[in-house]
Ligand binder design. Structure first.
Ligand SMILES: *Cc1c(COP(=O)(O)O)cnc(C)c1O
Length: 380
Protein backbone atom coordinates (compact mmCIF):
# COMPACT_ATOMS: atom_id res chain seq x y z
CA UNK A 1 0.00 0.00 0.00
CA UNK A 2 1.27 3.42 -0.94
CA UNK A 3 0.98 6.54 1.25
CA UNK A 4 -0.94 8.28 -1.48
CA UNK A 5 -3.98 6.20 -0.66
CA UNK A 6 -4.24 8.23 2.55
CA UNK A 7 -4.67 11.37 0.41
CA UNK A 8 -7.61 13.13 -1.22
CA UNK A 9 -7.92 10.86 -4.21
CA UNK A 10 -5.81 8.54 -6.30
CA UNK A 11 -5.89 6.34 -9.40
CA UNK A 12 -4.75 2.84 -8.67
CA UNK A 13 -3.15 1.23 -11.73
CA UNK A 14 -3.13 -2.56 -11.81
CA UNK A 15 -0.09 -3.43 -13.91
CA UNK A 16 -0.79 -7.15 -13.53
CA UNK A 17 -4.14 -6.57 -15.23
CA UNK A 18 -2.42 -4.64 -18.01
CA UNK A 19 -0.01 -7.51 -18.65
CA UNK A 20 -2.91 -9.95 -18.67
CA UNK A 21 -4.76 -7.75 -21.17
CA UNK A 22 -1.74 -7.76 -23.48
CA UNK A 23 -1.70 -11.56 -23.33
CA UNK A 24 -5.46 -11.78 -24.00
CA UNK A 25 -5.19 -9.43 -26.98
CA UNK A 26 -2.14 -11.25 -28.35
CA UNK A 27 -4.16 -14.46 -28.24
CA UNK A 28 -6.79 -12.80 -30.49
CA UNK A 29 -4.11 -12.02 -33.10
CA UNK A 30 -1.68 -14.92 -32.76
CA UNK A 31 0.09 -14.38 -36.10
CA UNK A 32 0.65 -10.67 -35.65
CA UNK A 33 3.21 -8.55 -33.82
CA UNK A 34 1.82 -6.32 -31.07
CA UNK A 35 2.16 -2.56 -30.75
CA UNK A 36 1.04 -1.25 -27.35
CA UNK A 37 -0.41 2.24 -27.80
CA UNK A 38 0.69 4.39 -24.83
CA UNK A 39 -0.11 7.89 -26.13
CA UNK A 40 -1.78 10.52 -23.92
CA UNK A 41 0.05 9.28 -20.82
CA UNK A 42 -1.14 5.74 -21.57
CA UNK A 43 -4.77 6.93 -21.70
CA UNK A 44 -4.24 8.52 -18.29
CA UNK A 45 -2.68 5.44 -16.71
CA UNK A 46 0.95 6.70 -16.76
CA UNK A 47 3.05 6.27 -19.89
CA UNK A 48 6.37 4.91 -18.63
CA UNK A 49 5.14 2.30 -16.11
CA UNK A 50 2.51 1.10 -18.59
CA UNK A 51 5.01 0.94 -21.46
CA UNK A 52 7.34 -1.18 -19.34
CA UNK A 53 4.50 -3.46 -18.21
CA UNK A 54 3.27 -3.86 -21.80
CA UNK A 55 6.76 -4.88 -22.95
CA UNK A 56 7.00 -7.34 -20.05
CA UNK A 57 3.57 -8.64 -21.03
CA UNK A 58 4.77 -9.44 -24.54
CA UNK A 59 4.35 -6.25 -26.61
CA UNK A 60 6.87 -5.91 -29.48
CA UNK A 61 6.43 -2.21 -30.24
CA UNK A 62 5.21 0.92 -28.47
CA UNK A 63 3.02 3.46 -30.27
CA UNK A 64 2.56 7.11 -29.36
CA UNK A 65 0.98 10.06 -31.13
CA UNK A 66 3.60 12.77 -30.74
CA UNK A 67 7.38 12.81 -31.15
CA UNK A 68 7.63 14.39 -27.69
CA UNK A 69 5.96 11.31 -26.22
CA UNK A 70 8.43 9.06 -28.07
CA UNK A 71 11.37 11.09 -26.79
CA UNK A 72 9.97 10.97 -23.24
CA UNK A 73 9.96 7.16 -23.43
CA UNK A 74 13.62 7.22 -24.50
CA UNK A 75 14.52 9.76 -21.80
CA UNK A 76 13.06 7.34 -19.24
CA UNK A 77 15.30 4.60 -20.59
CA UNK A 78 12.61 2.64 -22.43
CA UNK A 79 14.23 0.76 -25.32
CA UNK A 80 12.82 -1.25 -28.20
CA UNK A 81 10.83 -0.11 -31.18
CA UNK A 82 8.72 3.03 -30.84
CA UNK A 83 6.51 4.55 -33.56
CA UNK A 84 5.09 8.07 -33.46
CA UNK A 85 2.71 9.59 -35.97
CA UNK A 86 1.51 13.12 -35.24
CA UNK A 87 3.99 15.58 -36.70
CA UNK A 88 4.00 19.23 -37.63
CA UNK A 89 6.65 20.96 -39.73
CA UNK A 90 9.78 21.79 -37.77
CA UNK A 91 9.20 18.99 -35.26
CA UNK A 92 12.05 17.08 -33.55
CA UNK A 93 12.78 14.84 -36.55
CA UNK A 94 16.52 14.71 -35.96
CA UNK A 95 16.11 13.97 -32.24
CA UNK A 96 13.79 11.09 -33.09
CA UNK A 97 16.14 9.67 -35.72
CA UNK A 98 19.02 9.86 -33.23
CA UNK A 99 16.84 8.22 -30.55
CA UNK A 100 16.00 5.27 -32.84
CA UNK A 101 12.34 6.20 -33.07
CA UNK A 102 10.38 5.11 -36.16
CA UNK A 103 8.68 8.19 -37.60
CA UNK A 104 5.48 8.34 -39.64
CA UNK A 105 5.28 10.22 -42.92
CA UNK A 106 1.93 11.09 -44.55
CA UNK A 107 2.99 13.87 -46.94
CA UNK A 108 5.94 15.04 -49.09
CA UNK A 109 6.93 17.79 -46.63
CA UNK A 110 7.31 15.18 -43.90
CA UNK A 111 9.43 12.93 -46.12
CA UNK A 112 11.68 15.92 -46.82
CA UNK A 113 12.05 16.59 -43.09
CA UNK A 114 12.85 12.92 -42.38
CA UNK A 115 15.48 12.91 -45.14
CA UNK A 116 17.00 16.17 -43.86
CA UNK A 117 17.10 14.70 -40.34
CA UNK A 118 18.85 11.57 -41.64
CA UNK A 119 21.47 13.71 -43.36
CA UNK A 120 21.97 15.87 -40.25
CA UNK A 121 22.19 12.84 -37.95
CA UNK A 122 24.41 10.91 -40.33
CA UNK A 123 22.24 7.82 -40.08
CA UNK A 124 19.33 6.14 -41.81
CA UNK A 125 15.90 7.31 -40.65
CA UNK A 126 13.32 4.57 -40.01
CA UNK A 127 10.13 5.74 -41.69
CA UNK A 128 6.62 4.34 -41.83
CA UNK A 129 4.25 5.61 -44.51
CA UNK A 130 0.62 6.21 -43.65
CA UNK A 131 -2.25 6.18 -46.12
CA UNK A 132 -5.68 7.69 -45.48
CA UNK A 133 -7.90 4.68 -46.12
CA UNK A 134 -11.04 6.77 -45.46
CA UNK A 135 -10.84 8.24 -41.96
CA UNK A 136 -10.32 11.69 -43.43
CA UNK A 137 -7.83 12.72 -40.80
CA UNK A 138 -4.05 12.34 -41.23
CA UNK A 139 -2.51 10.05 -43.85
CA UNK A 140 -1.68 10.41 -47.52
CA UNK A 141 -4.66 10.68 -49.87
CA UNK A 142 -4.76 7.55 -52.07
CA UNK A 143 -4.27 9.58 -55.27
CA UNK A 144 -0.99 10.98 -53.87
CA UNK A 145 0.20 7.59 -52.57
CA UNK A 146 2.03 6.34 -55.70
CA UNK A 147 4.10 9.55 -55.76
CA UNK A 148 4.85 9.35 -52.01
CA UNK A 149 5.90 5.69 -52.18
CA UNK A 150 8.11 6.38 -55.22
CA UNK A 151 9.82 9.29 -53.45
CA UNK A 152 10.29 7.14 -50.33
CA UNK A 153 11.79 4.34 -52.42
CA UNK A 154 14.25 6.81 -54.00
CA UNK A 155 15.34 8.00 -50.53
CA UNK A 156 15.66 4.38 -49.46
CA UNK A 157 17.95 3.61 -52.41
CA UNK A 158 20.11 6.55 -51.31
CA UNK A 159 20.34 4.95 -47.82
CA UNK A 160 18.77 8.01 -46.24
CA UNK A 161 15.69 6.21 -44.98
CA UNK A 162 14.45 2.67 -44.50
CA UNK A 163 10.69 2.19 -44.91
CA UNK A 164 9.88 -0.08 -41.96
CA UNK A 165 6.09 0.01 -42.15
CA UNK A 166 2.97 0.85 -44.11
CA UNK A 167 -0.18 1.64 -42.21
CA UNK A 168 -3.64 3.18 -41.95
CA UNK A 169 -6.31 3.80 -39.29
CA UNK A 170 -10.01 2.80 -39.36
CA UNK A 171 -12.89 5.26 -39.11
CA UNK A 172 -15.70 3.02 -37.79
CA UNK A 173 -14.18 -0.28 -36.65
CA UNK A 174 -16.10 0.13 -33.37
CA UNK A 175 -19.34 -0.40 -35.33
CA UNK A 176 -19.04 -4.02 -36.48
CA UNK A 177 -20.54 -4.48 -39.95
CA UNK A 178 -20.20 -0.80 -40.86
CA UNK A 179 -19.76 -0.60 -44.66
CA UNK A 180 -16.68 1.63 -44.29
CA UNK A 181 -14.71 -1.28 -42.79
CA UNK A 182 -14.56 -3.40 -45.96
CA UNK A 183 -14.05 -0.27 -48.07
CA UNK A 184 -11.10 0.91 -45.96
CA UNK A 185 -9.54 -2.56 -45.94
CA UNK A 186 -9.80 -2.47 -49.75
CA UNK A 187 -8.10 0.94 -49.97
CA UNK A 188 -5.36 -0.31 -47.63
CA UNK A 189 -4.77 -3.47 -49.67
CA UNK A 190 -4.50 -1.43 -52.87
CA UNK A 191 -2.03 0.90 -51.15
CA UNK A 192 0.07 -2.09 -50.05
CA UNK A 193 0.10 -3.42 -53.64
CA UNK A 194 1.15 -0.03 -54.97
CA UNK A 195 3.93 0.25 -52.39
CA UNK A 196 5.19 -3.20 -53.37
CA UNK A 197 5.12 -2.15 -57.03
CA UNK A 198 7.24 0.87 -56.05
CA UNK A 199 9.79 -1.57 -54.61
CA UNK A 200 9.04 -1.15 -50.88
CA UNK A 201 9.29 -4.23 -48.65
CA UNK A 202 8.62 -3.11 -45.07
CA UNK A 203 8.75 -5.12 -41.83
CA UNK A 204 5.15 -4.40 -40.81
CA UNK A 205 1.80 -3.57 -42.38
CA UNK A 206 -0.86 -2.58 -39.85
CA UNK A 207 -4.35 -1.09 -39.53
CA UNK A 208 -6.03 -2.81 -36.51
CA UNK A 209 -6.86 -0.68 -33.45
CA UNK A 210 -8.62 -2.27 -30.42
CA UNK A 211 -11.92 -3.01 -32.19
CA UNK A 212 -10.03 -4.37 -35.20
CA UNK A 213 -7.92 -6.57 -32.95
CA UNK A 214 -10.99 -7.97 -31.16
CA UNK A 215 -13.57 -8.22 -33.93
CA UNK A 216 -11.83 -8.23 -37.35
CA UNK A 217 -9.24 -10.99 -37.88
CA UNK A 218 -8.89 -9.92 -41.53
CA UNK A 219 -7.50 -6.59 -40.29
CA UNK A 220 -4.57 -8.04 -38.35
CA UNK A 221 -1.95 -8.12 -41.17
CA UNK A 222 1.59 -8.16 -39.64
CA UNK A 223 0.80 -6.22 -36.47
CA UNK A 224 -2.10 -5.05 -34.30
CA UNK A 225 -2.12 -1.67 -32.58
CA UNK A 226 -4.54 -1.70 -29.64
CA UNK A 227 -4.85 1.08 -27.10
CA UNK A 228 -8.01 1.21 -25.03
CA UNK A 229 -8.50 -2.57 -24.79
CA UNK A 230 -5.06 -2.92 -23.22
CA UNK A 231 -6.36 -0.75 -20.37
CA UNK A 232 -9.24 -3.18 -19.91
CA UNK A 233 -11.96 -1.09 -21.52
CA UNK A 234 -14.20 -2.57 -24.21
CA UNK A 235 -13.93 -0.64 -27.49
CA UNK A 236 -17.31 -2.10 -28.52
CA UNK A 237 -19.48 -1.90 -25.36
CA UNK A 238 -22.58 -2.60 -27.47
CA UNK A 239 -21.06 -6.01 -28.35
CA UNK A 240 -19.53 -6.97 -25.00
CA UNK A 241 -17.93 -5.75 -21.82
CA UNK A 242 -14.27 -6.25 -20.86
CA UNK A 243 -14.84 -9.69 -19.31
CA UNK A 244 -16.45 -10.93 -22.54
CA UNK A 245 -13.10 -10.31 -24.25
CA UNK A 246 -10.94 -11.62 -21.39
CA UNK A 247 -9.97 -8.09 -20.37
CA UNK A 248 -9.79 -6.47 -16.93
CA UNK A 249 -9.99 -2.71 -16.27
CA UNK A 250 -6.62 -1.37 -15.14
CA UNK A 251 -7.59 1.91 -13.45
CA UNK A 252 -9.53 2.32 -10.19
CA UNK A 253 -10.34 5.91 -9.23
CA UNK A 254 -10.78 6.27 -5.49
CA UNK A 255 -11.08 9.13 -3.01
CA UNK A 256 -11.56 9.78 0.70
CA UNK A 257 -14.57 11.73 1.93
CA UNK A 258 -13.53 15.20 3.03
CA UNK A 259 -16.72 15.98 4.94
CA UNK A 260 -19.89 14.23 6.10
CA UNK A 261 -22.64 16.34 7.65
CA UNK A 262 -26.32 16.46 8.46
CA UNK A 263 -28.44 19.05 6.71
CA UNK A 264 -32.15 19.88 6.81
CA UNK A 265 -34.56 19.36 3.93
CA UNK A 266 -34.67 22.08 1.29
CA UNK A 267 -30.90 22.66 1.42
CA UNK A 268 -29.35 23.64 -1.91
CA UNK A 269 -26.22 21.71 -2.94
CA UNK A 270 -23.24 23.05 -4.90
CA UNK A 271 -23.11 25.91 -7.42
CA UNK A 272 -26.43 26.88 -8.91
CA UNK A 273 -28.37 24.77 -6.39
CA UNK A 274 -29.25 22.25 -9.12
CA UNK A 275 -29.93 19.78 -6.32
CA UNK A 276 -32.03 20.53 -3.25
CA UNK A 277 -32.27 17.99 -0.43
CA UNK A 278 -35.71 16.40 -0.42
CA UNK A 279 -35.68 16.09 3.39
CA UNK A 280 -33.23 15.98 6.32
CA UNK A 281 -30.25 13.98 5.12
CA UNK A 282 -26.52 13.33 5.17
CA UNK A 283 -24.27 14.98 2.58
CA UNK A 284 -20.82 13.58 1.81
CA UNK A 285 -18.11 15.58 0.07
CA UNK A 286 -15.88 13.83 -2.49
CA UNK A 287 -12.73 15.91 -2.95
CA UNK A 288 -12.27 15.40 -6.72
CA UNK A 289 -13.64 17.72 -9.38
CA UNK A 290 -13.26 18.76 -12.99
CA UNK A 291 -9.78 20.05 -12.13
CA UNK A 292 -8.93 16.38 -11.62
CA UNK A 293 -10.75 15.23 -14.75
CA UNK A 294 -14.13 14.34 -13.26
CA UNK A 295 -16.34 15.60 -16.10
CA UNK A 296 -18.65 18.50 -15.26
CA UNK A 297 -21.13 16.66 -17.46
CA UNK A 298 -21.36 14.17 -14.58
CA UNK A 299 -23.32 16.79 -12.60
CA UNK A 300 -26.48 15.12 -11.33
CA UNK A 301 -25.51 11.91 -13.14
CA UNK A 302 -22.14 10.33 -12.25
CA UNK A 303 -22.27 7.16 -10.10
CA UNK A 304 -20.11 6.66 -6.99
CA UNK A 305 -19.87 3.78 -4.53
CA UNK A 306 -20.20 5.27 -1.04
CA UNK A 307 -20.80 3.23 2.11
CA UNK A 308 -21.65 0.15 0.06
CA UNK A 309 -24.24 1.79 -2.20
CA UNK A 310 -24.27 3.48 -5.57
CA UNK A 311 -25.00 7.17 -5.17
CA UNK A 312 -25.30 9.84 -7.82
CA UNK A 313 -23.43 13.13 -7.92
CA UNK A 314 -25.81 15.64 -6.28
CA UNK A 315 -25.81 18.96 -8.13
CA UNK A 316 -22.87 20.30 -10.03
CA UNK A 317 -19.36 18.92 -10.17
CA UNK A 318 -17.08 21.81 -9.10
CA UNK A 319 -13.40 22.27 -9.90
CA UNK A 320 -12.14 20.38 -6.85
CA UNK A 321 -15.09 18.55 -5.36
CA UNK A 322 -18.60 17.24 -5.64
CA UNK A 323 -21.31 16.14 -3.20
CA UNK A 324 -23.36 12.98 -2.82
CA UNK A 325 -26.56 12.64 -0.81
CA UNK A 326 -26.30 9.58 1.43
CA UNK A 327 -30.02 9.61 2.20
CA UNK A 328 -29.38 9.24 5.93
CA UNK A 329 -26.82 6.42 5.64
CA UNK A 330 -23.84 6.57 7.97
CA UNK A 331 -20.36 7.53 6.75
CA UNK A 332 -17.43 9.47 8.13
CA UNK A 333 -14.82 11.85 6.80
CA UNK A 334 -11.89 9.72 5.67
CA UNK A 335 -14.04 6.85 4.35
CA UNK A 336 -12.87 5.49 1.03
CA UNK A 337 -15.22 5.89 -1.95
CA UNK A 338 -14.86 4.45 -5.44
CA UNK A 339 -15.76 6.41 -8.57
CA UNK A 340 -14.92 3.60 -10.96
CA UNK A 341 -12.88 0.44 -11.25
CA UNK A 342 -13.16 -3.13 -12.55
CA UNK A 343 -16.50 -3.53 -10.75
CA UNK A 344 -15.65 -6.47 -8.50
CA UNK A 345 -16.24 -4.53 -5.30
CA UNK A 346 -19.61 -3.41 -6.64
CA UNK A 347 -18.24 -0.10 -7.88
CA UNK A 348 -19.23 1.56 -11.16
CA UNK A 349 -16.96 1.20 -14.19
CA UNK A 350 -15.48 3.83 -16.51
CA UNK A 351 -18.12 2.65 -18.99
CA UNK A 352 -20.86 3.55 -16.45
CA UNK A 353 -19.35 7.05 -16.16
CA UNK A 354 -19.16 7.34 -19.94
CA UNK A 355 -22.85 6.51 -20.27
CA UNK A 356 -23.76 8.97 -17.48
CA UNK A 357 -21.78 11.75 -19.19
CA UNK A 358 -22.66 11.08 -22.83
CA UNK A 359 -19.10 10.20 -23.83
CA UNK A 360 -16.86 7.16 -24.31
CA UNK A 361 -14.86 5.40 -21.60
CA UNK A 362 -11.66 6.38 -23.46
CA UNK A 363 -12.30 9.99 -22.43
CA UNK A 364 -13.19 9.15 -18.82
CA UNK A 365 -9.82 7.54 -18.05
CA UNK A 366 -7.68 9.73 -20.32
CA UNK A 367 -8.81 13.00 -18.79
CA UNK A 368 -7.95 12.03 -15.18
CA UNK A 369 -5.44 14.76 -14.55
CA UNK A 370 -1.96 15.27 -13.18
CA UNK A 371 -3.26 16.34 -9.76
CA UNK A 372 -4.41 12.75 -9.11
CA UNK A 373 -1.48 10.56 -8.07
CA UNK A 374 -1.12 7.19 -9.80
CA UNK A 375 -0.50 4.32 -7.44
CA UNK A 376 0.97 1.30 -9.20
CA UNK A 377 0.12 -2.16 -7.97
CA UNK A 378 0.69 -5.60 -9.35
CA UNK A 379 -2.80 -6.77 -8.54
CA UNK A 380 -5.84 -4.74 -7.46
C1 LIG B 1 -5.13 5.89 -30.60
C2 LIG B 1 -4.72 5.10 -31.76
C3 LIG B 1 -4.75 3.70 -31.74
C4 LIG B 1 -5.38 2.90 -30.62
O1 LIG B 1 -6.79 3.03 -30.73
P1 LIG B 1 -7.76 2.21 -29.72
O2 LIG B 1 -9.10 2.42 -30.28
O3 LIG B 1 -7.57 2.84 -28.38
O4 LIG B 1 -7.29 0.82 -29.77
C5 LIG B 1 -4.23 3.01 -32.82
N1 LIG B 1 -3.71 3.69 -33.87
C6 LIG B 1 -3.71 5.03 -33.93
C7 LIG B 1 -3.16 5.71 -35.12
C8 LIG B 1 -4.21 5.79 -32.89
O5 LIG B 1 -4.20 7.12 -32.97
Amino acid sequence: MNDMTSGRGWAQIDLGALRGNVAALRAKAPGAAFMAVVKADAYGHGMVPCARAALEGGADWLGVATPEEALALRAAGVGGRVLCWLWTPGGPWRECVEADVDVTVSAPWALEEAVAAARAAGRTARVQLKVDAGLGRNGCQPDQWPALTAAARAAEKADLIKVTGLWAHFSCADEPGHPSIARELGVFRTALDQAAAAGLDPEVRHIANSPGTLTLPESHFDMVRPGVAMYGISPVPQVGGPADFGLRPVMTLAARLASVKQVPGGHGVSYGHRYVTPGPTTLALVPLGYGDGVPRHASGAGPVLVAGKWRTVAGRVAMDQFVVDLGGDAAAAGDEVLLFGPGDRGEPTAEDWARACGTIAYEIVTRIGGRVPRVYRERG
